[in-house]
Write a protein that binds this ligand. Sequence first.
Ligand SMILES: [Zn+2]
Length: 140
Amino acid sequence: MNYDKLVLSAMAAREKAYVPYSKFKVGAALLTDEGKIYGGFNIECAAYSVCNCAERTALFRAIYDGYRNFSAIAVVGGVEAEEDELSSYCPPCGMCRQALREFCNPDKMKIILAKSVTDFKIFTLSDMLPESFGPDNLGK
Ligand SMILES: [Zn+2]
C-alpha cells in the first residue's frame, strides 16, 4: 500500500500543533477501514500533565464520528524549526500505543513513522506493543 497521502496528511496536521512550551510539533493521520483519514496534532497546556498527543487527538476525533476500526496511522514529529525535513522519526508514546490497541488489530494495524513521504519506516502495533493487554483479555 502507498502511504503518501497518509504521511502528507500527518504533515499538514503537524502544522496546526499547539506547542507553545516545547516547540516540538507532532502530526498524526489515522486511516479508518472505510478509507477516511483523521488528522491530529499535539496540544500542550501550561499544566503539562493534561497535554494530549497527536495520535490520540486523531483517534478521539474519529471515535467521536463513529469510526471504530482502523488500519494505519502515520506520525511525524520534530522541533518547530524542522519544517521541510525532519531529523528523526517520532514513535508513539506508550499511552497512544495502548489507546490504539483498544480499536485496532495489533497484528494488522500499521504504524508509519515518517520524516518525509520518501523516508519512513513501517511497523505493526504488535511490533511496538508486544504481548499487549486489550479488549480480548476482558472477554470482548
Ligand atoms: Zn502519545
